[in-house]
Write a protein that binds this ligand. Sequence first.
Ligand SMILES: C[S@@+](CC[C@H](N)C(=O)[O-])C[C@H]1O[C@@H](n2cnc3c(N)ncnc32)[C@H](O)[C@@H]1O
Length: 388
Amino acid sequence: MIHRQKSLSKNIYNPKFIEEFFLRHLQTKSIHGDYDHIRKKNGRGGGGEEGRIHLLKIRGQHLLTNPRVLESIVQTSRIKPEDTVLEIGSGTGNLTLKLLEVAKKVVAVEIDKRMVEILCKRAAEGGLQDRLNVICSDALKTDFPQFDLVVANIPYGISSPLLAKLVFGTKLNPFRSATLLLQKEFARRLLAKPGDSEFNRLSVNVKLLAEVEFIMDVSKNDFLPRPKVDSSVVKVYPKNVIPDVNLEEWWAFTRTCFNKKNKTLGATFKQKRKLVELMKLSKAQGLYEDSTHGHIHNNYENGDEKGVSGEGDSDLTLASGVSMSLFREKIIDILESGGFANERPSKLSYNELVQILCLFNQSGIYFHDKTKPEDASDVSFAAYENLL
Ligand SMILES: C[S@@+](CC[C@H](N)C(=O)[O-])C[C@H]1O[C@@H](n2cnc3c(N)ncnc32)[C@H](O)[C@@H]1O
């Protein structure tokens, strides 16, 4: 148990006090031992003593202790007095207590019950517990209650699925903005523009549904224990109007395009494996008709596969050479009709990619099994892992 600090709530924003508090009460230890330097530096090693907790690297437990950074994050979030704020990974509550000063309510989701215990004590000491709803659970597996905005120093290990859950979940739970402290590299990818080296599938998938604004970089020294990576704060704004695309279809399409983001689309779509996959999918859904025969081929024969790149080793015998050549021509025609055959995904905006997807779909070529209905509430969070 953490010893109750009489003056804790009054001093929580005093950096010296915070440092002293943690050094006195927290034994920092990770399963990989990476936090040991802090104990050594401060001559406080003794493991297993009562009154100390172990900070776990595997849980991303780097506590933000610089009050100026905490203050900036709260200010930048533009919280209104009537707002309910969702905080993911509340830890010992350094940010939570700040949020409670300005928000009507804070919903704090934290996986570690020892952290929850400390947070609840600190909130109670400040008389703030009535406006705090703590959910001790894995944020990726929890249905969030309604909230107006998100403010969080999240565990970096779950950045991708968590962002996907927030951004793609806006249909279910619309929110104004998410102010997030992220690993700097991850933040750069979110902010990247077409042509930037960091621009990738994550960038384009997020840009489809949200705007991302850079707020500030945060030094490693502002955390306890000091992480190995740099951090940045970004603000994510879900768009009010989003392109009219089926999200499942979009995810499958961007997965294909960004698998080799610097390859031309013409080259990507010449790959045998890709052609067979798309052909099967389109035929299975009755969406693609072979124009030479006026009907859908189900009897695949072996045959010549002129002009088809030999990459991939899928069950190519399924597709007849003739049929596949025609399918390939059709795909290249579609790309050329929009002037995209020689374009590389890494240089295309999300608008251009939406345009290409529409051209494919209008011609009956689909990337996802369209017979399965889209239902945001049905998307399992395991699926979010693969979205960004
Ligand atoms: C970077 S720390 C931030 C702590 C605190 N917000 C701060 O700024 O000092 C991340 C916190 O997220 C928690 N966490 C890790 N994985 C989580 C998950 N899947 N769901 C909810 N919380 C998680 C950790 O236990 C840790 O307390």
